[in-house]
Ligand binder design. Sequence first.
Ligand code: HXC
Length: 257
Amino acid sequence: DNLKFIQVETDENIGIIQLNRPEVLNALNRKMVNEIVRTIEDMDRDEKVKVIVLCGNGKAFAAGADINEMAQDSAIDLELLNQFADWDLLLQVKKPMIGAVHGFALGGGFELALACDLLFAAEDAKFGFPEINLAVMPGAGGTQRLTKLMGKTKALEWLWSGEMMTASEAEQHGIINKRLPKELVIEETINYAKKLAEKPALSVRFIKEAVYKAVDDSLLEGMQYERKNFSLLFSTEDQKEGMKAFMEKRKPQFKGR
Ligand code: HXC
């Protein structure tokens, strides 16, 4: 409904969001971010969608926030716009989100990629935070997420230089899961998503929650959270079925509840 800057489709139970402003390398204006986040939220609540895939149309994933839109903003404008409230909603997403990146993923585009749980990248992918060259800095989680992934020493080096890393460098730094030939990256990501969608959905969901506790909370808090989710899974039909099927040496039939 009224989506101007993204294209949305579903393939079986995979929700696919394609950034669609190819004439500006999918530069993210605020309306576009709002469309992306609203669509992800809808998919997160839609029982028919099991996994969400994000990708870009044209030559890039996204070359950053729309510089034209923000060039004249004051600090007070930004404060009052409260645009990051949309980005914060991504932290609430329960289903797996997988990014399929080709071409540029820069600035806000890199931040959107880093907000995904898994990343598959084309050999031509280029990741970076060029904000320093505009005399600003990442604003949608980039400093936090990059540092958690690669450690502060390397993160500072990339953030201060503003240089772009190749897919191979991103792989070495643990930022992406896999490199793929450019023409296959979206297709292979969707195939991967379909396999993930076959796993028992509540295990997938609670594992995601627990892993982010490990990333974001203390070890003790994280372990207590993990334990709670572990116990909770024993209230599902899928757990009974999974263990029963094992003992009966047959393939389990999961229902996602
Ligand atoms: C607005 C952009 C844009 C951007 C590209 N375009 N990136 N417009 N905002 N971030 C536009 C160009 O102006 C151009 O429009 C068209 O897209 C094609 O880009 P070219 O520059 O002609 O392509 P190329 O020579 O291949 O260079 C690609 C590029 C370069 C290296 C990616 O476009 C570039 O440096 N872009 C800016 C990258 C950047 O600084 N990103 C960080 C933004 S700050 P015309 O009309 O001329 O054809 C940020 C902060 C996030 O993201 C904060 C939280 C949300």
